[in-house]
Ligand binder design. Structure first.
Ligand SMILES: Cc1cc2nc3c(=O)[nH]c(=O)nc-3n(C[C@H](O)[C@H](O)[C@H](O)COP(=O)(O)OP(=O)(O)OC[C@H]3O[C@@H](n4cnc5c(N)ncnc54)[C@H](O)[C@@H]3O)c2cc1C
Ligand code: SF4
Ligand code: SF4
Length: 668
């Protein structure tokens, strides 16, 4: 974009003012006609109008026509938030032949009509904002967007179904992907399930082919058991540092034959198996699960005799003909350049111990839903059998919904998937045990495709549904029937009375929470989180996979609770956005960056320490500070901090801000 293709704006300002009704959003709360009339008497205004929807095609055409007819060289639109439509109107001005930065927006929706109740007060406030915008725009200067080249590779952090789907989409389009997963295998939570709602298709059958496709794809480099430690750079040109934890097994040599596991000096598995949530045991050398990807064993340094004490017969290494075992392996650090990043770090299940009244960790036969997902899995700790701690089959099972969700003490939000996975578990447990099943729910939420039909199916399967939040799970029997059972105490809100339901097994349908290190990750990538820790998108409706940091996208449950279909759809969208960025080959940088007036800079370096984006460095020869426009995000911190007044910012110069203030005060 270059100024010379636009009209010559050197003449005295001739400003066009446009007041948007935003349907009834603005027009019903203040006098738009009066506001447009007021616009006409402001300095340098050549034309002032009001219109129903300024952002619509006719609205934009009106601006372009007026630019020609009234020889306008500056535009003010008073409407909604710049976040929504600043780009639209800058483009409209540009299409009319003006430099797009000869434009200013007054937000009379969020700042006025949505918050000011009194009609006259709202009209007056809007007049003050329009007056400020008109005074300010007269000070605007023509600015140019700069282009910087974009690196064509993409980094994806998190190898659950979201990361896997995004990686394959991008790799299939011919771009190179680095997929970084912190666990020894990709697959995320989906790899733990036996079946998935609502179709009850086998999770492994749809997931594991995708996992191997990732491993075998020539355009994907998979780094499992790895963490991102540092991110530097800017849109289109990020540098990502990755720490690869030692597996003590050389990935390129290991073929997953498991001879070493058999040969380990520990004849029997002895240590808690993380993948089965401690419900089964493993040896110090192990494969997380049979379809793990990469199919490479690893050695746990906490339990391996050689790594812990430096003394073992090393029978595992002896038996490995491929010489894959290497006790000397050290942590490795790698750095990659990329143009875009997709974060797909998923969720963590709510810890049921935080609701002590439900007895998790206290009573033997109270399980979390994820534990039961492993139990019903054919390759899980009980080979698909649902059993109590004593090995017998339960005759009655209670499934408690909303554990940790929709409650002021834990998480206020709905975890979205728990109703549906509770129905799935009710079906699977009934199928495997024939037990009487009770579902305790507050509301049944089944809004996805085929979800309500799945609920109907469960109703026909004679599963019991009791509406009410469970007060407590106890083992205090009051009758002979309750003896030796877990008793679920609940107020049944459909019949309006308290009930005690004795069962053999309780399943707690735990909600979804943001990962424990979500705050660390968000800081590293310069994005934001909601107060619950979920990564925040740029706009909930119009930019749901982008973040406020250009080039960083979101996929899956790291953004909030999501089921698999929504996760996959969003991962596809994130992949498309990342591809659109890297395929273009360049990015245009917004020109509202800071700059240093060298003649005023005393070289004190105050700004350098203050800049949160490390965008300022010293020019040692000249003894002044220099802003790297590609790194500067236009936050203005340096401008506020500079004691000499040498730091300034495009679109926020002192003159522009003082004129804006004058505009408000002149009206008052
Ligand atoms: C009990 C239960 C049953 C469910 N059943 C179903 C079902 O039947 N059908 C359905 O549609 N949905 C179901 N869901 C929801 C489903 O689990 C999610 O939709 C899905 O897992 C989201 O995928 P994801 O890739 O976003 O996250 P995850 O599956 O959580 O994967 C995230 C991955 O990122 C990795 N990671 C995290 N942080 C980092 C980091 N900093 N660096 C590197 N890697 C990192 C993790 O190790 C993990 O591998 C269920 C959920 C639960 C709790
Ligand atoms: S380390 Fe060697 S023995 Fe063990 S699974 Fe790999 S190839 Fe087989
Ligand atoms: S070194 Fe010893 S304890 Fe460690 S995995 Fe090999 S055989 Fe097992």
């Amino acid at each position: 974009m270059s100024t010379h293709q636009y009209k010559n704006n050197g003449d005295a300002p001739r400003i066009g003012v446009y007041i948007c009704h935003c349907g009834m959003n603005i027009a019903s709360k203040l006098n738009v006609a009066e506001l447009a009339e007021y616009g006409k008497i402001l300095p340098n205004v050549a034309v002032s109008r009001d219109y129903k929807f300024m952002c619509s095609d006719p609205g934009q055409e009106m601006i372009q026509k007026d630019i020609q007819e009234f020889n306008l060289n500056r535009i003010v639109v008073a409407s909604c938030s710049p976040l929504l439509h600043e780009k639209t109107f800058r483009q409209a001005a540009a299409d009319g032949g003006l430099n797009p930065f000869y434009f200013q927006m007054a937000n009379i929706r969020e700042h006025v009509s949505w918050v000011t109740k009194d009609f006259k007060e709202a009209t007056d406030k809007a007049k003050a904002l329009v007056s400020a915008a008109v005074r300010r725009v007269a000070q605007h200067q023509a600015l140019e967007k700069k282009r910087v080249p974009v690196h064509s590779d993409v980094v994806i952090v998190g190898g659950g179904i979201a990361g896997i789907h995004a990686a394959l989409t991008i790799a299939n389009s011919g771009r190179k992907v680095y997929l970084i997963e912190r666990q020894p295998t990709i697959g995320g939570h989906m790899a733990m399930f036996d079946k998935t709602f609502p179709t009850l298709d086998c999770a492994a059958c749809i997931l594991t082919p995708k996992m191997s496709a990732v491993k075998n794809h020539p355009n994907i480099t998979l780094w499992s058991y790895s963490d991102v430690t540092k991110v530097e750079g800017f849109t289109g040109n990020f540098k990502v540092k990755i720490k690869r934890k030692p597996r003590y097994v050389i990935e390129e040599h290991c073929v997953g034959c498991l001879l070493c596991v058999d040969a380990c000096v520990f004849k029997e598995p002895k240590f808690d198996d993380e993948f089965n949530l401690g419900m089964s045991k493993r040896k110090p050398i192990y494969l997380p699960f049979p379809q793990a990807t990469p199919l490479t064993v690893l050695i746990d340094p906490e339990t391996c005799l050689q790594l812990k004490r430096g003394k073992c017969k090393q029978t595992c290494a002896e038996v490995c003909e491929r010489r894959a075992i290497n006790f000397e392996q050290k942590e490795e650090e790698i750095e990659v350049d990329c143009g875009a990043v997709i974060l797909s770090t998923g969720f963590k299940p709510f810890d049921a111990k935080r609701v002590p009244e439900y007895g998790y960790g206290h009573y033997n036969n109270v399980y979390s839903s994820l534990e039961v997902e492993r139990m019903v899995n054919a390759s899980g700790p009980s080979q698909g059998e649902v059993v109590l701690k004593d090995g017998s089959k339960p005759k009655s099972v209670g499934i408690i919904h909303c554990v940790g969700s929709r409650h002021a003490k834990t998480n206020k939000y709905c975890s979205r998937v728990c109703c549906m996975y509770s129905l799935k578990l009710a079906h699977l447990v009934k199928e495997r045990t024939g037990a009487e099943i009770y579902n305790f729910y507050i509301d049944m939420r089944t809004p996805g495709k085929g979800y309500e039909e799945f609920f109907d199916k469960l109703l026909k399967e004679d599963v019991n549904f009791i509406r009410g939040r469970v007060a407590e799970v106890t083992n205090w029997a009051m009758t002979a029937k309750e003896e030796g059972k877990l008793i679920i105490r609940v107020e049944d809100t459909l019949i309006g009375s308290p009930r005690r339901i004795p069962v053999d097994m309780v399943i707690l349908s735990v909600g979804l929470e943001a990962q424990a290190d979500a705050d660390e990750v968000r800081r590293m990538f310069g994005i934001s989180c909601s107060k619950d820790g979920w990564f925040t998108e740029r706009h909930p409706k119009l930019a749901p996979v982008s973040t406020m940091t250009d080039g960083i996208f979101l996929a899956g449950a790291c953004q909030g609770p999501k089921d698999i279909p929504d996760t996959v759809a969003q991962a596809g969208a994130a992949a498309a956005e990342a591809l659109a960025l890297v395929d273009k080959g360049f990015v245009e940088l917004e020109p509202d960056t800071a700059f240093i007036k060298e003649e005023l800079c005393c070289g004190c370096r105050t700004c350098i320490g203050m800049c949160p984006y490390s965008a300022i460095s010293p020019n040692l020869e000249k003894g002044v500070a220099v802003v790297n426009e590609a790194l500067c995000k236009g936050c203005g911190t340096c401008v506020a901090a500079c004691p000499s007044g040498a730091a300034s910012q495009n679109l926020f110069t002192d003159e522009q801000i003082f004129e804006e203030i004058e505009g408000v005060l002149t009206y008052a």
